[in-house]
Design a protein around this ligand. Structure first.
Ligand SMILES: [Zn+2]
Length: 124
């Protein structure tokens, strides 16, 4: 069982990794289904692939989401931080087109479903 001290140290290490990653150039290292795997520093980000046949609103949402993940900030002023089920959490403002809810709504409007990596994929 982890103590508050352990959790604080883990969060500090994650924040340091993230800060280091922010300074490095992105390198595409592979594709996993609907996700591009992009390494920055010692962090690998899974960002959505933008397909040629995406409608313009979905393309815009995914472009914003990719940029937010890879720069650590979104135009809605959301910031990437350690935490959440995936180890990294982006807190988009309400109504930001790159939020999970907006992307789900846009995708549903076009008759599709969003593809999310299940949190269990990151279990040890
Ligand atoms: Zn945002």
């Amino acid at each position: 069982m982890s103590t508050a001290h352990d959790r604080r140290r883990k969060a500090q290490r994650a924040a340091a990794l993230l800060a280091g990653a922010a300074l490095d150039e992105p390198h595409l290292i592979g594709r996993l289904g609907e996700w591009d795997l992009i390494r920055k520093g010692r962090v690998v980000f899974a960002v959505p692939v933008i397909k040629d046949d995406f409608p313009p609103d979905l393309r815009a949402a995914y472009q914003r989401r990719r940029a937010a993940m890879l720069t650590g900030t979104c135009v809605c002023e959301g910031r990437l931080r350690p935490g959440g089920p995936y180890g990294l959490q982006m807190d988009h403002a309400a109504g930001c087109i790159a939020s999970d809810g907006s992307i789900a709504e846009i995708t549903a409007r076009h008759g599709g479903t969003t593809i999310m990596i299940p949190p269990s994929a990151f279990d040890d």
